[in-house]
Design a protein around this ligand. Structure first.
Ligand code: ADP
Ligand code: ADP
Length: 228
């Protein structure tokens, strides 16, 4: 599903964020990305949806060649993967239903198909009854549920999440994680950067630790592994 071969990323200010990274992630895996601040986790994650482009090396996501992908084809890539952010990134002027439907409207899906799929994913995340509410009327956990619904409405093979529980209280974080587990059980690959030690140590999955732009640990069912 995801392959990186000697991926190197140097920002324009000279900082090397990824220093020759090699990794393979299969369809259906659930992978945590951990490591200290500044290690390169966000850069690693951003490569997946081509928010950043490798300086050198080879990289494929769902068969798409990320390194050589033309900018004009990036929207196509982003339709094939779901992305969930720490700060939700919902559109404030659209209600819950519209935020989720938006992704389908831009690909000109049939109206009755849009309605069916949006209501289905809102039901899945437990927010069908709040379809007409606006993001500001929702709690942080509810907003994250909406953004998860948005991320899966296109039926992507992979969902990328950058600290999805970073702005949520512990109890809400567990609810959100259970949702990701459920999505993963239906066959969707999950790649998640996180600082949440309790969750990583409890809901065991493959753990990739990044330090200084390199993978320093890669363990199936691993633990969080950092103190403090
Ligand atoms: P993490 O997510 O693990 O905190 P990042 O991938 O955000 O790490 O950052 C890795 C390194 O790249 C850091 O030294 C950071 O300061 C630098 N960096 C991140 N984004 C940019 C950018 N847009 N321009 C320049 N340097 C950046
Ligand atoms: P996060 O890891 O929370 O997603 P960012 O990726 O925005 O945060 O930033 C991570 C690190 O990269 C921070 O240390 C930040 O200072 C640094 N960084 C982000 N953008 C730039 C930039 N344009 N130039 C230099 N450093 C940057």
């Amino acid at each position: 599903m995801i392959q990186m071969k000697n991926v190197y990323k140097k920002y324009s200010n000279g900082i090397v964020a990824l220093n020759g990274m090699n990794v393979e992630i299969d369809q259906g895996e659930f992978v945590y990305v951990v490591g200290p601040s500044g290690a390169g986790k966000s850069t690693f994650i951003k490569m997946m949806y081509r928010e950043e482009r490798p300086t050198s090396g080879q990289m494929f996501v769902d068969g798409i060649d990320i390194a050589t992908l033309k900018n004009s084809k990036v929207p196509l890539l982003r339709r094939q993967i779901g992305v969930v952010f720490q700060d939700f990134k919902l559109l404030p002027k659209l209600n819950v239903y519209e935020n989720v439907a938006f992704a389908l409207e831009v690909i000109e899906e049939k109206p009755e198909e849009i309605r069916k799929r949006v209501l289905k994913v809102l039901d899945l995340v437990g927010l069908k009854h709040k379809a007409r509410m606006f993001p500001t009327e929702l709690s942080g956990g509810e907003q994250q549920r909406v953004s998860i619904a948005r991320s899966i409405v296109n039926k992507p093979k992979v969902v990328i999440a950058d600290e999805p529980t970073g702005n949520l209280d512990p109890e809400t974080s567990w609810d959100i994680m259970r949702l990701f587990e459920q999505i993963n059980k239906s066959g969707t690959t999950i790649l998640m950067a996180t600082h949440n030690r309790e969750i990583v140590n409890s809901m065991r999955h493959r753990v990739i630790a990044i330090e200084g732009g390199l993978i320093v640990r890669d363990v199936a069912g691993g633990d969080y592994g950092y103190e403090g």
